[in-house]
Design a protein around this ligand. Structure first.
Ligand code: NAG
Ligand code: NAG
Length: 420
């Protein structure tokens, strides 16, 4: 009995080895075959897993804060070919400022709450990234870690093809006065936009953006506007300011703080930092003179500075800074709008949050809530369905014939050209 059991055991082991050898070979081939099918169905696009690593460190003065955004790309296949590689022609560099009210300072009611900041940044960032085919480096100036976490969480869960288009560079600024002006400074954090050339010595140029802006055209088209500067120009903005369109003649003060008698809006600026640095003396002298006239208001300061050196100013197309006031008299205030369409809308004065500004509010909310995995075609049909009615509900824009078409123009031109 013992012997029989032993012989049975021997036979079954050798059979088992045999079966295992054949089975193993089949298994390996099957694996290879399945892998091939899988890769084919994935269009040979690599499986990428992105891990965000944030190293937050404060420098000795507790002033600067660097978030090193490391992207670790893991590929499952050894053949890591990306179906649609993004080849940056020229990186777009932009900057936004998100300053939370400092409770210890006066005027705290005049700036947005944390929620409004994040809310506005969502629609700005989504509209920029969604419509862009370029890599964007976005400098974000903040005065609290909470805002850094808030903004980071905005982009974190976008699909990788959208997330990979933008690199966020946070810098935490102290609430100490930048310009050596006393406590009149309303929000010292915001004043940093007057010294970008010093803050970012590594950058050649940047686009400054208020957060209450929504893009309706790729930001790289705005970056190309830098190329229109003549040799002396270093600063671009959109004129005019509407408040000058009244019958009363300008006071001397109004003349000073409104560039060329028209004024420009400082919510969207093109700054060639290389050139500002090369004109450092002139620029600093103008800033100091401006500070003697206006204690604090960056827009007035910039207007005043440009009045002192008008050769530095490049007048941008008004289509890049569409505000509601423009609707009052489009042919006079922005004649190019009808032919060129709207490039970006600006909800200045809290317009995104006011019920009567239906069209701006709807655009802001649509982009804020957008699922970034949607297609542009989808976005176009959804906006087409809501915009005409929204325009009709927004006086005085209801009188601008075809405004909804102007708002959609560049997205329609882009349709079929984006990889989204
Ligand atoms: C800014 O000015 C410098 C110096 O003129 C020039 O080389 C550079 O191309 C300009 N930057 C942009 C973005 O046009
Ligand atoms: C627009 O402004 C121009 C110049 O001030 C004026 O002549 C024209 O009548 C205005 N149009 C409307 C519709 O108000």
């Amino acid at each position: 009995m013992f012997h029989r059991r032993g012989s049975v055991k021997r036979i079954s082991i050798s059979k088992l080895c045999y079966v295992l050898a054949i089975g193993g070979t089949i298994f390996v081939f099957l694996q290879l075959y399945l892998d091939l099918i899988e890769r084919k169905s994935a269009g040979y696009s690599a499986y990428r897993r992105i891990i965000r690593k944030e190293a937050i460190s404060e420098d000795s003065e507790g002033d600067l804060l660097n978030v090193n955004d490391e992207l670790l790309i893991e590929t499952r296949n050894t053949i890591a070919s990306y179906s649609k590689p993004m080849i940056p022609i020229e990186e777009v560099v932009a900057a936004i400022i998100l300053c939370e009210a400092d409770e210890t300072k006066p005027y705290k009611g005049s700036i947005s709450s944390f929620e409004q900041h994040i809310d506005r940044a969502k629609s700005l960032l989504k509209s920029i990234v969604f419509l862009s085919q370029q890599h964007i480096k976005l400098h974000v100036l903040v005065n609290s870690n909470e805002v850094i976490r808030g903004i980071t969480s905005v982009v974190e869960f976008w699909p990788p093809q959208q997330r990979n288009k933008i690199a966020l560079k946070f810098r935490k600024v102290s609430s100490q006065s930048t310009l050596g002006v006393e406590e009149k400074t309303r929000v010292t954090c915001v004043s940093k936009k007057l010294i970008f050339e010093k803050m970012y010595p590594e950058e050649d140029a940047l686009i400054y953006l208020d957060t209450d802006i929504v893009f309706l055209r790729p930001i790289e088209d705005l970056w190309r506007v830098f190329k229109n500067f003549n040799d002396e120009q270093l600063f671009g903005a959109v004129t005019p300011l509407w408040r000058i369109f009244n019958d009363k003649p300008f006071t001397e003060f109004e003349k000073m703080v409104n560039f060329a008698g028209r004024g420009f809006n400082a919510g969207l600026l093109l700054l060639n930092l290389t050139r500002i640095r090369s004109q450092a003396e002139k620029w600093q002298a103008a800033l100091q003179s401006a500070l003697e006239v206006v204690a604090f208001n960056e827009q007035s300061l910039f207007n005043l500075m440009m009045n002192l050196n008008p050769e530095h100013f490049y007048e941008m197309d008004c289509e890049w800074n569409f505000r509601l006031g423009l609707c009052t008299n489009v042919t006079h205030r922005c004649p190019g709008l009808v032919a060129n369409g709207v490039h970006a809308v600006h909800g200045n004065g809290g317009a995104f949050f006011k019920d009567r500004n239906v069209v701006l509010k709807i655009l802001h909310e649509y982009w804020r809530d957008l699922d970034m995995s949607k297609s542009l075609n989808n976005v176009i049909s959804e906006l087409n369905a809501i915009l005409p009615d929204a325009v009709l509900k927004t006086p005085p824009c209801d009188l601008v014939e075809g405004l909804h078409e102007m708002l959609m123009k560049h997205m329609k031109l882009l349709d079929g050209k984006l990889d989204n």
